[in-house]
Ligand binder design. Structure first.
Ligand SMILES: [Ca+2]
Ligand SMILES: [Ca+2]
Length: 311
């Protein structure tokens, strides 16, 4: 009897030790993985990873002309690692303000807002920002020509022109073909793959105001690869439509790359016939999908609670 008692006590004791040991080991493992996870989260992701994320965010080339990118780490809870959310007309989101409308894609931990769906092929509008893509094609320099981008008004507001290039490159210079009322370029910035805008040049336009037209060649200081460049135009102070025909980026080997997509503050071109039907349709599907995801999550949680209670 005594022997049996002692034996069962020993058994109980060793079982308790195993449980405690496992718990301790588990705790240590959790702590270690937590610490490693935190360290990884704190360390900025390498550029190559972010370049891959950007590519992933195009959804196999479905979207182009990145208009905005911002970090939203917590959204991974709802969106997962990747989500092709679709069209959204939101101007505010979290602490983000003045958001452009466009196609939202989540690649953890960033949201990417794209301006264009590549399968929608549209004719180039005279004076649209799309006229600043490709090689220069204005023949009559110094004239108001629809083959160049023009802002909505000649002098009412300051403008910018945003250009996207097909392949990531590290530019050493920019070539801006200013074909009408030149001399208004005051700043050029580029974007890192985490969405940060970095000033690459600031100063007086090498093409003087008052000349008919000019090609401004500007050296850029950029020590990373980019796909986007933004040109700031002091339109208010340089009279007339400050039209831009084409924007090339030069790499170290002096090869020039022309923009593939463009967006701007405004344009003299009429708006494209609304893609709204498809867009609003997509928006509705996206909303339904998001609601569905939420509902499924709630159901899962409810199931868990029920299971717990039953036990
Ligand atoms: Ca102007
Ligand atoms: Ca052009």
């Amino acid at each position: 009897m005594l022997w049996n008692q002692r034996r069962s006590f020993t058994r109980l004791f060793s079982a308790a030790m195993i449980v405690m040991g496992t718990a301790l080991l588990g705790g240590v493992l959790l702590w270690v993985s937590g610490a490693v996870g935190r360290a990884l989260a704190l360390a900025p992701a390498p550029d190559t990873d972010l370049e891959k994320s950007l590519k992933k965010a195009t959804v196999d080339g479905k979207y182009a002309m990145l208009l905005h990118q911002f970090k939203a780490e917590k959204d991974a809870d709802e969106q997962g690692e990747f989500s092709d959310y679709g069209f959204r007309n939101k101007t505010e989101y979290g602490d983000q303000k003045d958001l452009p409308k466009g196609y939202w894609v989540y690649v953890q931990p960033y949201w990417y807002i794209w301006g264009e769906r590549t399968e929608t092929v549209r004719e180039k509008r005279a004076w649209g920002p799309e006229q600043a893509t490709g090689e220069p094609n204005v023949v009559n320099l110094g004239t108001d020509d629809g083959n160049a981008w023009a802002s909505k008004t000649p002098d009412e507001e300051d403008e910018w022109l945003l250009l996207e290039y097909e392949e990531p490159i590290q530019p050493v210079g920019i070539v801006i073909h200013e074909t009408f009322s030149p001399g208004a370029v005051i700043k050029v910035s580029v974007f890192k793959f985490d969405g940060t805008e970095v000033e690459a040049w600031k100063g007086a336009d090498p093409t003087a105001a008052g000349t008919g037209s000019g090609v401004s060649e500007i050296d850029l200081k950029v020590d990373f690869k980019i796909t986007r460049v933004k040109i700031y135009i002091d339109s208010k102070n340089v009279a007339g439509w400050n039209e831009i025909d084409a924007v090339g980026l030069k790499d170290k080997a002096k090869k020039v790359y022309w923009a593939k997509y463009a967006a701007a503050t405004s344009t003299y071109a009429p708006p494209y016939p609304p893609d709204d039907l498809t867009a609003s349709y997509e928006e509705r599907i996206s909303k339904l999908e998001a609601e569905n995801k939420k509902l499924r999550k709630t159901v899962e949680e409810l199931k868990k609670q029920i299971n717990k209670k039953e036990k």
